[in-house]
Design a protein around this ligand. Structure first.
Ligand code: G
Ligand code: G
Ligand code: MN
Ligand code: NA
Length: 250
């Protein structure tokens, strides 16, 4: 398939890039981390979003070397940031089926000189659906490295809530679809309140993504959301711009 061949070449030739989107602590208003978001710069296609190529990378197994590159690059970048600033990396369910994931994370941290606690791994509900014992073992081994684990896109999957009992996530990220309808007096606020309550009572931090308006932000703060992410605070940007946001030299 042409897309597959082109993607393979993109990885080899350095045409994959990471953008970094700031994550804001609602209590202090300060940047506490960045989420690394993958982009493919293709001569013909222009900038390709992950929704268009990650599924192909997953089907073909290319997500394994691509995911390795993402982890190494994000850790290397984060190691140059102030010591309290974290980096969040999206890890696909396919990477969880590969026994090298923990070793890859360990090496990425060691090569970058990044303490494990400054890396967050974002997983989706789909990860919790497959071979549960093996998945839990991997999550525990990552945790043993100090790495934090976030449940991404929360509320959109098909799974039950039972996985929240089988693994203590550090953070729940409320999916953007719920945030979109906040600030307009509808049901979305009740859903956000319920997720934040559940998350808090299980000892997890709550984060919201896709925050675009001050009205949405105000409701999230009122509902006890600890962290926010969205265009209101900053779009995904190249590493040089992320550095400027942290007031670091380019
Ligand atoms: O940045 P954007 O909105 O286009 O991201 C769309 C989706 O792609 C998000 O769900 C995000 O989790 C996923 N994504 C972004 N970067 C990566 C990555 O490095 N690895 C994987 N597996 N998924 C990613
Ligand atoms: O699924 P995941 O949460 O990893 O994907 C995050 C995606 O959401 C990224 O592709 C990012 O570009 C996008 N995104 C981030 N902030 C906003 C926002 O405020 N509004 C919208 N519409 N998309 C956003
Ligand atoms: Mn994410
Ligand atoms: Na998400």
């Amino acid at each position: 398939r042409k897309l597959e061949l082109d993607l393979r070449r993109a990885l080899a030739e350095g045409d994959l890039k990471l953008l970094y989107q700031p994550q804001i602590d609602t209590a202090s208003g300060r940047i506490i981390g960045f989420e690394a978001l993958l982009r493919w710069h293709d001569e013909e296609r222009g900038v390709v979003a992950p929704a268009e190529f990650v599924p192909v990378a997953e089907e073909t197994g290319l997500i394994i070397p691509i995911g390795d590159w993402v982890l190494r690059t994000a850790c290397r970048e984060a190691a140059t940031w102030p010591a309290e600033v974290t980096v969040a990396v999206n890890v696909s369910a396919v990477q969880f089926r590969n026994e090298t994931l923990v070793e890859t994370v360990k090496q990425a941290l060691a090569q970058a000189g990044l303490p494990g606690r400054r890396l967050e791994v974002e997983v989706t509900e789909g990860v919790m659906l497959q071979d549960t014992a093996a998945t839990l073992a991997i999550l525990h081994r990552l945790r043993a490295l100090g790495v934090r684990i976030s449940m991404d896109d929360f509320g959109t999957g098909y799974s039950s809530l039972s996985y929240l009992r089988s693994f203590p996530f550090d953070k729940i990220k409320i999916d953007q679809s719920f945030i979109r309808d906040l600030g307009q007096g509808g049901d979305a606020r009740a859903i956000v309140r319920a997720i934040a309550g559940l998350s808090g009572s299980l000892g997890m931090r709550t984060s919201a993504e896709g925050v675009e308006t001050p009205a949405q932000y105000a409701e999230l703060q009122a509902e006890g959301c600890a962290e926010v992410q969205g265009f209101l605070f900053g779009r995904p940007v190249p590493s040089e711009v992320a550095r400027e946001m942290l007031r670091l030299p380019a």
